[in-house]
Design a protein around this ligand. Structure first.
Ligand SMILES: [Zn+2]
Length: 213
């Protein structure tokens, strides 16, 4: 099974990717991680990517695709979950071409749907300890003493990025960027929309059902 996992920040994409990886034995491929690894290992494409990063420029699509392609080709028979990529139609087309070349086309593109108010509720409840980095959530993982880190006693912080207005901006950017990509995959009959609310296990069951249908 070869899938792309889509979802706005707060949709539980990372959680679901690791559950699918466990359940179905698929490789979880994050292009961000693959990029960092290629740079660290100083591979040919890694060095190319680094030359852009050193100048503070975005790594061009073809370099990201080249890096992803190596990882995708080496994924086992159980397939892969691609997360955080593609973000534009150009990247989606390049990905399709690369996958066709290695004879491993996508089976499904899963879109985790959560309404905006719920996403804001989830994301704005995040707190973090600036001292030790421990993450908290006012609903799902509160600290024992309000505002204090359980581990080191530090004062918990509400990052600006996790405040409602910033979240609305992030969601707006996400929607603008990804809506066209979802349309592209819908046109190819690959899009599966999943209602990503409720218990984590229920959501992963829905995903498995959708990608097997
Ligand atoms: Zn702490």
């Amino acid at each position: 099974m070869r899938i792309v996992l889509f979802g706005p920040p707060g949709s539980g994409k990372g959680t679901q990717a690791s559950i699918l990886k466990e359940k179905l034995g698929m490789a979880h491929i994050s292009t961000g991680d693959a990029l960092r690894e290629a740079v660290a290992n100083r591979t040919e494409v890694g060095l190319k990517a680094k030359s852009y990063m050193d100048k503070g420029e975005l790594v061009p699509d073809e370099v990201v695709i080249a890096i992803a392609k190596d990882r995708l080709a080496s994924a086992g028979d159980a397939g892969f979950i691609l997360d955080g990529f593609p973000r534009t139609i150009a990247q989606a087309e390049a990905l399709d071409a690369a996958l066709d070349e290695i004879g491993k086309p996508l089976d499904a593109v899963v879109n985790l749907q959560v309404d905006e108010e719920e996403l804001i509720r989830r994301l704005s409840g995040r707190r973090v300890c600036p001292g030790c980095g421990e993450p908290y959530h006012i609903d799902s993982k509160p600290s024992a003493v309000e505002g204090r880190c359980d581990k080191c006693g530090g004062e918990l912080m509400h990052r600006d990025d996790d405040k409602p207005e910033a979240i609305r901006n992030r969601l707006g950017v996400y929607n603008n960027q990804t809506a066209p990509v979802l349309g592209y995959y819908d046109g190819r009959g690959l899009l599966r929309n999943i209602e990503a609310v409720g218990a984590i296990a229920e959501v992963s069951d829905r995903i498995v059902q959708a990608i097997r249908s």
